[in-house]
Ligand binder design. Structure first.
Ligand SMILES: [Zn+2]
Length: 335
């Protein structure tokens, strides 16, 4: 069975809405760029290795040269950002496929998706005239690569999948120096604001299953992972550490896992009940979660003039532990 998550900024592909970013769609919808014939079958293929796992990067439709070097460098930088979680790629084997497209979309990466068939591929469609610097500033590649940390969770678990990718796209890029720590907190805070504005009153898992309420699905999902991370850090662990153990024991790149089974497996991999407790609170929630406790602990205050950071040492340390370069991956590797 092929399963995938799709991200579209323009809404052109698959007739997705402007607000849609990365949504699970059934295999029958695998059209658009998947059907694209490249004029040139040339391929620049390279492989990255970390912790015994391999990530192949293919730049298709062009011979090896200055542009393919640039796209390889960009993809490798995004892939290396994901190593700040726990020092290895989550799956033994996966492929990143980069293809150029003509697009009037202002985004340098108008379209991306994670395709799960016999193996797992992250497909990134790059605007032909996108420069390296604008590619580096874009979140798409790290978002899509973050989907490799979880199994396919179906529509009902889309909020968990998109939430993890939305949380990690900021955390991992900050750790890798692709954005500052302050920018990462600002992006998360702005996302939570967008999620809060969705007030349909519907259950989160129901919105997720019906592909509605994208902003609440993504950002309530991100809030779930932030809250889990904070609780685990109280216990001397971290989200990175649990995902590291989960990837070693249980992660499957293909096939489908029920959301409840996923959170229970995370609890067995060191979560100790944290994930199930939060899951039971979040899945049936009808409004955006209150993050007052989390913000207090992190020393963050969201106001009209933007985000204000407390100077309290324990809050500063916690923020740095999450977003800071290297610390989390070293801890996770040591576990
Ligand atoms: Zn996504």
């Amino acid at each position: 069975m092929a399963t995938m998550s799709v991200r579209a900024k323009t809404g052109i592909w698959l007739a997705m809405s402007m607000a849609a970013a990365c949504a699970a769609v059934p295999p029958s919808a695998a059209q658009g760029p998947l059907a694209t014939e490249t004029a040139d079958n040339a391929l620049d293929e390279r492989a990255l290795h970390a912790g015994g796992n391999e990530l192949r990067i293919e730049v298709v439709g062009m011979p090896r040269g200055a542009r393919s070097d640039e796209l390889q460098r960009w993809a490798a930088e995004a892939a290396n950002a994901t190593l700040t979680a726990f020092g290895r790629f989550p799956l033994p084997n996966a492929t990143v496929r980069v293809e150029q497209i003509d697009s009037r979309d202002p985004s340098p990466v108008p379209w991306g998706q994670t395709l799960r068939r016999d193996d797992v591929s992250v497909l990134l469609y790059v605007r032909r005239n996108a420069g390296l610097e604008e590619l580096r500033e874009d979140w798409t590649a790290v978002h899509e690569l973050s989907h490799l940390f979880h199994p396919f969770l179906g529509g009902q678990g889309r909020w968990l999948a998109e939430g993890l990718a939305s949380y990690y796209q900021n955390v991992l890029r900050a750790r890798a120096g692709l954005m500052t720590q302050a920018e990462a907190w600002k992006e998360l805070d702005a996302g939570f604001g967008r999620g809060r504005r969705e007030r349909s009153g519907e259950r989160l898992d129901e919105l997720s299953r019906r592909h509605r309420g994208t902003m609440r699905v993504y950002w309530a999902g991100a809030a779930f992972w932030l809250e889990a991370d904070l609780t685990l850090r109280h216990q001397g662990s971290s989200l990175d550490a649990v995902l590291s153990k989960y990837s070693a024991c249980c992660l499957r790149g293909t096939g489908q896992t029920q959301p409840e089974d996923f959170v229970d497996a995370l609890d067995r991999a060191g979560g100790g009940g944290v994930f199930r407790g939060l899951f039971d609170r979040y899945a049936g929630s009808r409004e955006f979660p209150a993050l007052d406790g989390a913000y207090r602990e992190l020393g963050l205050q969201s106001g009209e003039n933007g985000l204000v950071y407390s100077r309290k040492p324990e809050a500063e340390r916690l923020r740095r532990d999450i977003m800071g370069a290297g610390s989390s991956s070293r801890e996770a590797r040591a576990r």
